[in-house]
Design a binder for this molecule. Structure first.
Ligand code: XMP
Ligand code: MG
Length: 183
């Protein structure tokens, strides 16, 4: 679906499908360059990172390995709590691997800082983070993020994998959800 299909639900389109594609291609070029002499395991965080994983991985020009994790931050509605539960763990052993976590969005940073520490405890050679979106004003913890697509305002966004109540993931752009949808 595109922005016209959910016209009433969006306050604003932040990034069109074409803009996202171009930015993901740039991130992939940076990753290709940085991992030129290394094998990288890219870890997608379900479900939000599905779209960025699909596009980013196809834009990379070297062989990679892909794995998936599902985590849930306890907390209701649109806020995360920092208490994280693993719903699906990785299949891969991380020992001596170069791991790149791929996320859709970093909000408070609580989920990712927990996840990064968790993966670092498994003996990898390195753990870095790539996120399509980041909300700098919402940060509660500082984490080192190597690749950031866009820094965005502290508003609830949907599309390109990001959901509200499991909807809008298949929206091709990223938009600010109109408050009347969730209030
Ligand atoms: P924290 O706060 O731990 O949260 O960095 C990260 C997770 O919270 C969800 N999240 C959002 N989901 N639009 C969404 O659809 C948003 O604006 C948004 N902000 C946070 C998301 O699951 C992310 O992984
Ligand atoms: Mg997520």
């Amino acid at each position: 679906m595109d922005s016209q299909d959910v016209y009433d639900d969006l306050e604003e389109v932040l990034y069109t499908a074409d803009q996202i594609q171009a930015r993901v291609d740039e991130l992939a070029a940076d990753i290709d360059r940085d991992y030129a002499d290394k094998d990288v395991l890219i870890v997608g965080v379900l479900k939000g990172a599905v779209m960025v994983m699909a596009d980013l991985s196809r834009a990379l020009t070297s062989h990679i390995t892909m794995d998936w994790m599902a985590v849930s931050s306890y907390g209701s509605g649109t806020k995360s709590s920092g208490v994280v539960r693993i719903l699906k763990d990785l299949d891969a052993d991380l020992m001596n691997r170069h791991v790149l976590i791929v996320e859709d969005i970093i909000d408070s940073g609580l989920t990712l800082s927990w996840l990064k520490a968790n993966l670092e405890s498994r003996g990898p050679a390195s753990v870095e983070i790539c996120t399509l979106l980041r909300k700098p004003e919402a940060a509660k913890v500082s984490i080192d993020v190597k690749y950031v697509g866009y820094d965005i305002p502290n508003k609830f966004v949907v599309g390109y994998g990001l959901d509200f109540a499991e909807k809008y993931r298949n929206l091709d752009c990223i938009g600010i959800l109109a408050p009347h949808v969730y209030e």
